[in-house]
Design a protein around this ligand. Structure first.
Ligand code: SAH
Length: 256
């Protein structure tokens, strides 16, 4: 069962936010120690290089490229890993989970913008299954009007809240709960993006997809090999496409 935010839930006032934190931590990024600050100065150039690589890898959407060039991925990984933050690699984020590769994040976002509903403008409401460290939620916040992101591991839900707090993204709603049930309160969604892969797409996700909406999820086929699956809800029913092979962490039930 998801923890319900008050709507609209602002990140800085999200339910369960730790009380008594220094004001600086809640209003702006904490001042970084000198070596980190020096490294951070170079991150803009590294992000620009990442964007060029994404474009070379086939990402075409200017909105996606811009979002990927804006969100500071280095702020979402452990300080020991910041040097790799702008490489096209997945990285550990704790509790056995990983932040997805930038090419995969960009690809899923681009597929999301291919939803019929997204052709008319920014998708209204998007549900992300698997908040992890919060990076993709931040990218989505620049592409959709409202982002609901649900995580089943409390430790990561809290980490994502910490990571996202300095960005003050009022349109990101972090939820703690089992995303297998989706999040009915925010439905119907223009898009649902899963960052964890199961053997099938839960019926709840399909039920919560708007007509003209699109689901993008890794799904394991026979032999356990995952592929990215896109399901569009049209006025005539569901239309499914299977795309390239991917490697996501498993979709699990329940909370922990
Ligand atoms: N988008 C994330 C990627 C996180 S990895 C990022 O940018 O960091 C996928 C996440 O899905 C993991 O944190 C895992 O705990 C979570 N997950 C797996 N099954 C889930 C479920 N049923 N409900 C919610 N989250 C789930």
């Amino acid at each position: 069962m998801a923890t319900r935010p008050s709507f609209p839930a602002k990140l800085a006032t999200a339910p369960g936010a730790a009380p008594g934190r220094p004001t600086s931590a809640t209003t702006r990024p904490a001042a970084a120690p000198a070596p980190v600050a020096a490294a951070r100065a170079d991150f803009g150039a590294l992000r620009a290089r990442l964007v060029r690589r994404l474009a070379a890898a086939g990402v075409q959407s200017p909105a996606v490229l811009q979002a990927m060039g804006t969100v500071e991925r280095d702020r979402f990984v452990d300080s020991a890993l910041v040097a790799q933050a702008y490489e096209d690699t997945s990285l550990p984020i704790g509790l056995g989970q990983t932040i997805s590769k930038p090419t995969v994040v960009a690809r899923m976002c681009e597929l999301m913008l291919g939803a019929d509903l997204a052709r008319e403008g920014r998708p209204a409401r998007v549900l992300e299954i698997g908040t992890g460290c919060g990076y993709q939620a931040a990218v989505l916040s620049l592409l959709a009007r409202e982002v609901y992101s649900i995580e089943r591991l409390r430790g990561l839900h809290e980490k994502a809240r910490e990571n996202l707090r300095p960005f003050r993204l009022a349109n990101v709603h972090l939820l703690f709960g089992d995303g297998m049930a989706g999040y009915a309160k925010g439905a119907p969604y223009a898009a649902i993006i899963a960052a964890a892969g199961g053997e099938a797409v839960p019926q709840s996700w399909l039920d919560q997809l708007a007509v003209g909406g699109r689901l993008v999820a890794p799904v394991a086929g026979q032999g356990g090999q995952q592929a990215l699956v896109v399901i569009d809800r049209t006025a005539q029913g569901l239309r499914q496409q299977q795309l390239e092979a991917v490697h996501f962490v498993p979709l699990k039930s329940g909370i922990a």
